[in-house]
Ligand binder design. Structure first.
Ligand code: DMJ
Length: 560
């Protein structure tokens, strides 16, 4: 049977006919695929199309075992279709194929853009700051903080994940030949734990190279004197050469986030070495903080005293600087330990409720949900960019079975963190935003002059990564792509490297600060790469938990 739509012969239609013929002859392969699918699924075309051909497949078993028969049957059915029908089918299949190719290429080009950004940052570091802590890309020099090659170490697992083999090999060579922790230097316990110990442990797990485990053991044991305090709440600073520790000069307090965000790393070090001393030291801190008075609905103050182990500066609550990663590590320790340590979960769940009750408000005019601060009962609509870790952490918790409204809150806060970028003239977020809450305000976000800097921080990109992994909503990748382009536009230094800037509100003069923080390579670029990757097994969130500096550590097997 022929369809009445079959093209008729004639001069007007001859070129179309020609096209259809060529098209048809070149795509027979797709016909087989299509026929097989139709046949297997027993698809029946609508009655109007069945006047001349039916694709219904008999259920009778008389031919089901004969592949050859089936192939002939497919072919016969295909031949029974009109040329127009065949061409339409082939055209649809071609479109589908082109669409898939397009998707693959666009994902691949974004991944390549991240690799390119990393290589550019690395070029500056290599040329002007090799083996030092931080690149100063404008003055083509370096800055020293601990004198331990901080950027190089922080970036090790990023290079591995991005597949930058040459760069990784030269960095490994430096670690093997040049890196020594036997130095008379004061380091900050928290910063060196999350950046150095965290990266060495993570790189050891990804590569299996024992060099990194040996270095991790070395720095880990040199940091232990920090815990020799009357209260067992560690000092902020340690001299890793002399084995002495002390608080900052002006106080005997440590910040709460610092003493409660070193646990993932020290716990893992105990597991790997079989020596419980690291885990015992950090768990003692958690035990004490768990029991302390001075919390409000699970929210903790920002400081803790190393002499008496009590909270100080009570009455101030924030999810930003000095408290942020306390909340992050409650959830992540619970995940790391295989969801067995119930106190972490209880404290985390209570804290999320505390955030909702005390710190969560909506802005005017757009109604953006944001997390402000509380000072002795007075609410301030101030939100650090640092708080933008929270959407990702909430989403991670929801992935692990915590209440679904955590995911809803994560999505709302994600939108807000994106708006902190999108509403700025450079498309880059300030360090701190103030949200408007009074009626009649025409913009949601205000930025004080002192808060207009951007340090290339990772938190928003980090959360975009989690949100994309769990929802597959492409808008999160798109937001990340915009942010990467704006980093390239306003912070990229032509001679190599990226720089912090002073003013996100002035595209004509963002005013470079001449510093590339190690977390730009350790975290920001890594999270961009993972955000644009479609592979859920590239650092699977069911196998790894990221420390607060984006270094993935394994989730422990249930038996441990
Ligand atoms: C990083 O060192 C870590 O992410 C830490 O938790 C917060 N500050 C920086 C990045 O902003």
């Amino acid at each position: 049977g022929r369809s009445s739509w079959e093209p008729r012969t004639g001069s007007r239609n001859s070129s179309l006919n020609q096209f259809l013929k060529i098209y048809h002859n070149h795509c027979v392969f797709y016909m087989f695929v299509f026929s097989a699918v139709v046949e297997r699924r027993g698809i029946m075309l609508p009655p109007s199309r069945r006047d001349f051909v039916s694709l219904t497949v008999s259920e009778s078993g008389s031919y089901t075992n004969s592949k050859q028969w089936r192939r002939q049957s497919c072919w016969r059915k295909w031949k029974q279709l009109s040329r127009l029908q065949r061409s339409l089918i082939l055209f649809t299949l071609m479109l589908l194929l082109l669409f898939l190719v397009f998707l693959f290429l666009s994902a691949e080009s974004r991944l390549e853009a991240v690799r390119e950004a990393f290589r550019h940052a690395w070029k500056g570091y290599k040329n002007f700051a090799w083996g030092h802590d931080e690149l100063k890309p404008i003055s083509k020099s370096y800055g020293e903080w601990f004198g331990l090659g901080l950027t190089l170490i922080d970036a090790l697992d990023t290079m591995w994940i991005l597949g930058l083999k040459e760069e990784f090999a030269e960095a490994r060579q430096w670690v093997a030949k040049e890196l020594s922790f036997d130095k008379n230097v004061d380091v900050n316990l928290f910063e060196s734990t999350i950046r150095i110990l965290g990266s060495l442990l993570s790189t050891y797990h990804l590569t299996g190279d024992s060099l990194f485990l040996e270095k991790a053991k070395d720095i880990g044991s040199r940091l232990m004197p920090a815990f020799n305090t009357a209260s067992k709440i560690p000092y902020s600073d340690v001299n890793i050469g002399k084995g002495t520790a002390h608080p900052p000069q002006w106080t005997s307090d440590s910040s709460v986030a610092e003493v409660t965000s070193i646990q993932l790393e020290f716990r893992e070090l105990s597991r790997l070495t079989g020596d419980p001393k690291y885990k015992l030291a950090v768990m003692e801190v958690m035990k004490q903080v768990h029991k302390l008075d001075g919390k409000q609905d699970g929210l903790v103050p920002m400081f803790i005293n190393t002499n008496n182990g009590l909270f100080t500066h009570q009455g101030m609550y924030t999810l930003g600087a000095r408290a942020d990663s306390y909340y992050e590590y409650l959830l992540k320790q619970w995940i790391q330990g295989g969801k067995t340590e119930k106190e972490f979960l209880d404290d985390y769940l209570q804290a999320v409720e505390g955030v909702k009750k005390n710190l969560l408000k909506k802005s005017t005019p757009s109604g953006l949900a944001f997390v402000g601060e509380l000072s002795h009962g007075h609410f301030s609509p101030k939100m650090d960019h640092l708080v933008c870790f929270l959407p990702g952490t909430l989403a991670l918790g929801a992935h692990y079975g915590l209440p679904a409204d955590h995911m809803e809150l994560a999505k709302q806060l994600m939108e807000t963190c994106y708006q902190m970028y999108a509403q700025m003239e450079t498309g880059l977020s300030p360090e701190i935003a103030h949200f408007n809450m009074h009626e009649g305000s025409t913009q949601d976000v205000d930025v004080k002059i002192a808060d207009r800097h951007n340090l290339l921080r990772p938190e928003t990109v980090e959360s975009l990564f989690y949100l994309y992994r769990f929802t597959k909503d492409k808008k999160y990748q798109q937001w990340g792509w915009e942010i990467l382009q704006n980093f390239n536009k306003y912070t990229r230094v032509p001679t190599g490297g990226y720089t912090s800037i002073n003013n996100v509100r002035d595209p004509a003069s963002p005013n470079p600060r001449d510093k590339m923080e190690s977390f730009f390579l350790g975290e920001t670029l890594k999270y961009f790469y993972l955000l644009f990757s479609e592979d859920p097994n590239l650092i699977s969130l069911d196998k790894y938990v990221f420390n607060t500096e984006a270094h993935p550590l394994p989730i422990w097997p249930q038996s441990e």
